[in-house]
Design a protein around this ligand. Structure first.
Ligand SMILES: [Zn+2]
Length: 266
């Protein structure tokens, strides 16, 4: 049994017994880990309140080889994102970030770049204005895809390897990137992608985290970009399926009030 000390972001937690919780963490040194936090539901527990989703904590746990769930022995908060906890819309975006990391990463595979990205994105969500949340989520999705080996090709035609000119372009989900106009015409399954959306996605793929919120999506392109990114995530990652927090966000955007059931499920 090894004693492991690392930083972690709480992805999700559920009650396990009267006094314990099973918590999924994204750790800096070990990637995604599941731990049982014994006694944490008792008010006197030193870990009480440190395992809420989207909390950044310093943790110690005992790792037993061959087990999928390890034992948490200590957890101390490093960063509480207070704004995330007190604002439903902001928290829904933070939940989407945590759920994407949970669903798309394997257990115990270190990815420090993804850890840093997740932490920085939560920090930016804490500070962002509501009209910047969606761009931050897109930024996170694009960068995470790149870190997991699914970076969409946005510069070169994925069929003929030519550089698309400034006319109509397409996007191929199976090929994982853009198509020039002659290749897009020949591909029945190509997604239509306007030049303005493509230019925006290229900027978003290259920008630093702290500058992502300065990018403003081109007028009338929000649905096109949102739908394309989700179709791409769904196509390339079996685990994407219907991520519940993203469904809640779609409802918030269309100004319907989400049902209590959706929150309970997520
Ligand atoms: Zn082509």
């Amino acid at each position: 049994m090894a004693i492991c000390k690392t930083e972690a972001i709480v992805l999700k937690a559920h009650n396990f017994s009267e006094s314990s919780k099973v918590v999924t963490l994204y750790t800096k040194k070990y990637g995604k880990c599941a731990v049982v936090a014994k006694g944490v539901r008792r008010p006197k527990s030193s870990m009480c309140g440190t395992l809420e989703p989207a909390t950044h904590a310093a943790i110690v746990f005992y790792m037993k080889e061959g087990r999928e769930v390890h034992t948490l022995s200590q957890s101390d908060i490093i960063t509480t994102f207070r704004m995330l906890q007190g604002d439903l819309e902001r928290f829904s975006y933070a939940s989407a970030v945590c759920e994407l990391v949970d669903r798309l990463t394997p257990l115990e595979a270190e990815n420090r770049a993804l850890f840093a990205l997740t932490l920085k994105t939560l920090g930016e969500l804490e500070r962002a204005q509501p009209d910047e949340f969606l761009v931050l989520l897109w930024f996170f999705e694009l960068r995470m895809l790149a870190f997991l080996g699914f970076k969409p090709e946005l510069d070169m035609c994925t069929h003929c390897k030519g550089i698309p000119d400034k006319t109509v372009v397409g996007f191929s989900l199976p090929k994982g990137g853009v198509l020039c106009s002659p290749c897009a015409v020949k591909d029945d399954e190509a997604y239509a992608l306007s030049q303005k959306s493509l230019d925006f996605l290229r900027h978003l793929q290259r920008v630093r985290t702290e500058n992502a919120t300065k990018l403003i999506p081109p007028q009338g392109a929000t649905s096109e970009i949102d739908n394309l990114l989700h179709a791409f995530l769904k196509y390339h990652t079996d685990e994407f399926r219907d991520i519940k927090s993203l469904r809640v966000l779609h409802m918030l955007r269309s100004q319907c009030s989400p049902s209590q059931e959706d929150f309970e499920k997520s």
